[in-house]
Ligand binder design. Sequence first.
Ligand code: FAD
Length: 464
Amino acid sequence: IKHLVWLRNDLRWADNPALYHASQQGYIAVLFTITETQWQEHKESDAKTGLRFGLMRSLCKSLAGLGIPVHFIIEDRFSALPNAIHDFCIKHQIQHLWFNEELPTHERKRDQAVHSQLTQNNIACHIEDADLIVAKPVFSQQQTPFKVFTPYFKRWLDLLSQQDPTPLPAPEPQSTPLPETTLPAHPDHSHREDLWPADQTIARQKLWQFCHHKEKHYHEDRDYPAQPATSTLSPYLALGALGPRQCLEAIHYTCRQEDKPWQDSVWLKELAWRDFYRQLMVHFPSLSKGCPFKPETNALNWRHNQAEIDAWQQGKTGFPIVDAAMRQLNQTGWMHNRLRMITASFFCKLMFADWRHGEAYFMSKLIDGEYAANNGGWQWSASTGCDAAPYFRVFNPIRQSETYDKQGEFIRRFVPELTALDNKSIHNPTTQQRQDCQYPMPILDYKPARAAAIAAFDALKGLK
Ligand code: FAD
């Protein structure tokens, strides 16, 4: 072998630039690196690691079919990889290492270290773009990064319209099929295989079905958690079983069928948020170190009430929509976007708990946990972030519930003790109903909690 392709969070054979371009150069092999301690340190959830291993297993099968051999390196942490990959390349006389760029801080450091160790030893590194829809830097006219989404999105669309949207094909078979490489033994991790089968072909089918049937209603239905109106593709995008440009291709196709400009797709705009938060991490590295985007919010004196935090984590706050949402997260590893906003706002504003604890809990449970999107979502909710919710915007969980889960359908799905309640009281049961249903009393009182949060932010103004 001359060319080695190192796959990480890009676990797909189609539209994989590193894999495709390497395959155009000659005979290739694929390398997976397993770094479980590092993943745990990143708080990667059991569900996400479970899906990761499942996708690797399914890739081993597909790659064997294409005659592409697969190798594994197992180390605890990223820091061991430069030596390990170097030794592997020497042993197998590899002259070129190919990989797709990853933007989070630790991943970038890892890749820089691998790059420098290999190039010093005359092994070339080829780095491709796979993870953003618009790979070029999206800068303002002053050549600075955008801090506000709307102008970023406008520029992003401009650049996108100049870009070839066609995703890359899978590599051609390079020999007759090989025996399938089995995954090395590893601790058990489980994810909801019924909801997210570990198979990129199924992920692509889900994408096309979504675009075919639901994309056109997305802008109206996406806020209602009882409806299957969003794509639920985030776990596949997080691990790269689907590439964002494959989503773009499906959007182009669907919009053409419906005779509407692809630029108007509201779903595309959500994918632009994904790009936006990713590029922020690169331009503002302090975001990856637990710092708020707005430094003045460091002066906020967050409360730490462990009993409230426990109740929130377990879905026992006594606010049915919050509890249903947290139980959805705990049971499936995924939570609807509207509910992520409601539960995060509840945590940071009403409980006035430090958003970093909420962020970490989400990460430890989410099957789609991604540093950039999760940090972006939490800082948005806590009003500490870039282009965040204004600080006086404090979601009222009962109003949100009445608006977005009018019939209590979603609540009934995840809080079965409330199933028998009528559509009105299910959003905020009476004391008697709570006792009858063995459902907890609310852990806090909305009005004073809201007022206290706003007062704490108001007090910051003097510090600016
Ligand atoms: P769809 O509505 O179908 O959107 C399509 C894709 O666009 C998603 O799969 C996702 O990749 C991307 N996307 C959508 N909304 C956003 C957004 N606001 N920011 C960034 N990307 C977005 N998303 C994650 O992928 N990982 C996270 O760890 C994560 N944590 C979040 C934490 C909080 C507090 C909040 C408010 C949001 C978070 N999000 C996160 C964003 C969003 O909630 C999820 O991407 C979305 O719910 C996934 O469901 P879907 O695939 O059905 O999304």
